[in-house]
Ligand binder design. Structure first.
Ligand code: TNX
Length: 538
């Protein structure tokens, strides 16, 4: 079994290891193999996904988590305390240890410390430093979000059995050394389609747990589409009583919608894991379910038939009608009131049943409405056609490397989240025989999902315009959490790494090795991941 110093590079001795010489990219040579990511007692410091900014192993400084270990959190900080409580709850089942969470710790006891006041402005709001010595693991950050990110790293540095729901008798070690880490992009998202098949609050919470392990910090919920409407709106109650009812899922599945109370619970649950919920109401297309509930939202006042097939591009709000804007404003107002996050997504994709002129006229009215209720407007990249999108975020979902409307909008201030459908769409099949998913954009194996750069993907949309990445998961073919997990894992960590890790760490061999070593964690967690043949799974 290899030790940390041999992993780093045969020529590097501990005394020559400095912050600048031993970055993750130093460690990620093509000679890195799966077995080199695990030491005799647990994972190496360099095994983390997403790859940290700097990793400095110290093979002599292994920490041992034991029955006497305590978790100390920054005195006076409720947020730090809550991160400590969450970590303790995650570590207790497998270890069986008490792991008390305290504001001060007796000096003699092995301690995991979560401390604010890192005094390192490179770290920003989400970065952290993690220092492992024989007697302590210390995570320091400027903000509690950084402490949380540090705990996600710490979980990956413990043996995979740490994710077992039952007590495991073994030695719990953390490899010695230091990590300095912070994100490349502020927005690292995942999206779940609640409209085509409804996913219950329990399933959404499970997905939040799973994605936040990879430092994903936004979950976009696609809450309405042609088939169904999945969020309670008090001023338009038939949206959910009719279009959230039985038979409104694809192929007649259902019923399902989130009450406001359930939505708020999800928002709060996500916030504890530093995940911000982004709600989406798709318009002016993808509105058949709204029109089934309220025929006054059509131009002729005639209710369309409910649709549970997977066609797109056939429905449109009536652009010239006052009722449309009363509806849109009510929905935006009610949704903004229960959404603490900065973004409100108004869809805007595939509006083939709306003329170009009508589309722009609609967005010129609706984009400012989002601002009126205190939120930043966010939409699929078609919104870039409207001048009012200069203060909005546009989500690129194309398959080309050019998108002239988007590139033009960027010059007026539009910011971009990158979700190229042929790279980042988690509902695309892995290969022709994948039992779930679609293939209209591409077949996407893990290596394809990993093999692109968010800041050079689309001409004229560079690093300054891109605020991050998102991995959407459309659920035409996905019914339950097993289906979601099978499509998301292992591709979601690939997208998460593109969003978090510095460009300089990007290395397929390294990622593949770290992913292979991660497999046993999903097995322990009961996550139904796709065992890609591109990866040598441990
Ligand atoms: C396109 S991508 C859509 C969705 C579908 C998805 C299926 C986008 C903005 N719109 O309506 O669910 O393809 O992959």
């Amino acid at each position: 079994m290899l030790t940390g110093s041999t992993l780093a590079a045969p020529t590097l001795t501990k005394s020559t290891l400095t912050k600048s010489t031993l970055t993750t990219s130093t460690l990620t040579t093509s000679t890195l193999t799966r077995s080199m990511l695990a030491g005799p007692t647990g994972p190496m410091l360099s095994s983390v996904i997403p790859a940290p900014v700097e990793v400095r192993p110290d093979p002599g400084a292994t920490f041992r988590l034991g029955a006497l270990t305590v978790i100390r959190t920054q005195p006076g900080s409720d947020a730090a305390r809550s991160v400590g409580d969450l970590l303790a709850r995650e570590l207790r089942p497998a270890t069986g240890f008490g792991l008390p969470v305290l504001p001060v710790a007796p000096r003699a006891l092995p301690t995991i410390s979560l401390m604010l006041g890192a005094r390192d402005n490179r770290l920003g709001d989400e970065g952290y430093r993690l220092a492992v010595s024989p007697t302590s693991v210390t995570i320091r950050a400027n903000k509690a979000a950084g402490l949380f990110a540090g705990t996600r790293t710490l979980l990956q540095l413990l043996p995979a059995e740490i994710d077992s729901p039952r007590v495991v008798r073994r030695v719990w070690t953390v490899a010695g050394g230091d990590i300095v880490d912070y994100p490349r992009f502020a927005y690292r998202g995942a999206m779940l389609d609640e409209a085509r098949h409804f996913h219950t609050p329990r399933e959404v919470r499970a997905y939040i747990d799973e994605i936040s392990r990879f430092k994903v910090n936004y979950l976009h919920l696609h809450l309405s589409d042609d088939q169904g409407w999945r969020i309670q709106i008090d001023s338009w109650p038939r949206l959910t009583s009719v279009s959230g009812g039985a038979g409104t899922g694809v192929d007649g599945e259902g019923p399902g919608f989130l009450t406001k109370a359930q939505y708020k619970d999800i928002v709060a649950y996500a916030a504890k894991r530093y995940v911000t919920i982004v709600p989406e109401i798709d318009m002016p297309g993808h509105v058949n379910a709204a029109q089934v509930a309220y025929p006054s939202l059509t131009c002729d006042g005639v209710a369309p038939a409910p649709r549970t097939d997977t066609e797109v591009g056939y429905s449109s709000l009536c652009i010239g009608s006052d009722t449309t804007y009363r509806f849109v404003e009510d929905v935006i107002r009610e949704l903004a009131a229960i959404t603490p996050g900065p973004y409100l997504h108004i869809g805007g994709d595939e509006a083939q049943a709306t003329s170009d002129a009508d589309y722009v006229a609609f967005q010129q009215r609706v984009l400012p409405l989002v601002a009126k209720y205190g939120k930043t407007a966010y939409g699929w990249n078609e919104i870039a056609k409207a001048p009012a999108a200069s203060t909005a975020v546009a989500q690129f979902w194309g398959t080309d490397t050019t998108e002239p409307d988007l590139a033009a909008a960027v010059t007026t201030g539009t910011k971009v989240v990158m979700s190229p459908a042929n790279k980042a769409y988690l509902d695309m099949k892995y290969n022709p025989s994948t039992p779930l998913g679609q293939d209209w954009a591409a077949l996407i194996e893990v290596r394809d999902a990993y093999g692109w750069d968010p800041a050079t993907r689309v001409a004229g949309v560079g690093e300054n315009a891109v605020i991050g990445v998102e991995a959407p998961l459309w659920s035409e073919t996905l019914r339950d959490l097993d289906d979601i997990e099978f499509m998301a894992f292992p591709r979601l960590p690939a997208i998460a790494e593109l969003g978090w890790s510095p460009r300089s760490t990007h290395d397929w061999d390294s990622f593949a090795a770290r992913l292979g070593a991660y497999g046993p964690r999903w097995t322990q967690q009961g996550v139904n991941f796709y065992p890609s043949p591109q990866i040598a799974w441990s």
